[in-house]
Design a protein around this ligand. Sequence first.
Ligand SMILES: Cc1cc2nc3c(=O)[nH]c(=O)nc-3n(C[C@H](O)[C@H](O)[C@H](O)COP(=O)(O)OP(=O)(O)OC[C@H]3O[C@@H](n4cnc5c(N)ncnc54)[C@H](O)[C@@H]3O)c2cc1C
Ligand code: FES
Length: 278
Amino acid sequence: MSENIYKPDLMEILEITQHTADVKSVRIRFIDEQQQKNVSFNVGQFGMFSVFGCGESVFNICSSSNWKNYLEFCFRKTGRLTEAMWETAVGDTIGFRGPYGNSYPMASWEGKDLVFVAGGIAMPPIRCAIWYALENREKYGKITIVYGARTVGDLVFRDDLSKWQEYPNVDVLQTVDPGGETPQWTGKIGFVPNVLKEARFNAQNAAALVVGPPVMIKFSLPVLAEAGLADENIYTSLENRMKCGIGKCGRCNCGPVYVCKEGPVFTLKALKSLPEDY
Ligand SMILES: Cc1cc2nc3c(=O)[nH]c(=O)nc-3n(C[C@H](O)[C@H](O)[C@H](O)COP(=O)(O)OP(=O)(O)OC[C@H]3O[C@@H](n4cnc5c(N)ncnc54)[C@H](O)[C@@H]3O)c2cc1C
Ligand code: FES
């Protein structure tokens, strides 16, 4: 009998971190030691994570592919699956299918300045690439990270943000929307696209990864274009609704393109060739 491609692997929850009122990240490990030993993925890929009896949902793997002891994902509580995931505890078993999708082209970014632009809960899909680049620091040029959220309380992975700014030739520009600051806030106040205008990088030899709410992406793209970045050097990761994650159900497609198979990572140049409604 052929193997059931929808059957999840069993993972044990090792650690849970609550970042905001509705966002948690979770570290998991295959229960089967051999599977854990053989685990292999590329930054930018996603998985289908399940709570038994409640269903499954898509999340990016937000840990670096260099970390061999666990996988990590981060989710916002929005509905049926994420509410069930919120109630899980260390030691519980959850399901995982994956890794799926394409990945960030970390090899072709070597030698370039990197610009990471994230808004709100979109930090996790970018975090894996930031760690990967920092763990291979000598391969990349200047790294600029622009991260914004509505309020200080909505910023996630704040410990990572502090660590990243300790690395050489790394600029971390954190910002919150006007009114979202606290008296202790030392970062910037303003919307991500405006703060992005302050970023200094060599646009002739740079790649940018932009993930966040559509409005943030919409107003960030012209800033990058004005700085001189070509469409083929601007990347994003799409979050189209998905069901199977493996090109079978047709739920995620944009015209002829299955986002779960050919994406979720696309250049702006590729996106411009897709039907309008992506
Ligand atoms: C490739 C990919 C990567 C993703 N990575 C992450 C991640 O790292 N962290 C994270 O929190 N979420 C991520 N998402 C979104 C996540 O899959 C949905 O929020 C999730 O399905 C919610 O599951 P649920 O059962 O709790 O919500 P549901 O009960 O299914 O839905 C709750 C609400 O969210 C809406 N919704 C569901 N799916 C989506 C979607 N894809 N886009 C917009 N709205 C949606 C529904 O319409 C509904 O209003 C990703 C999605 C994709 C496709
Ligand atoms: S999610 Fe089923 S085809 Fe892409």
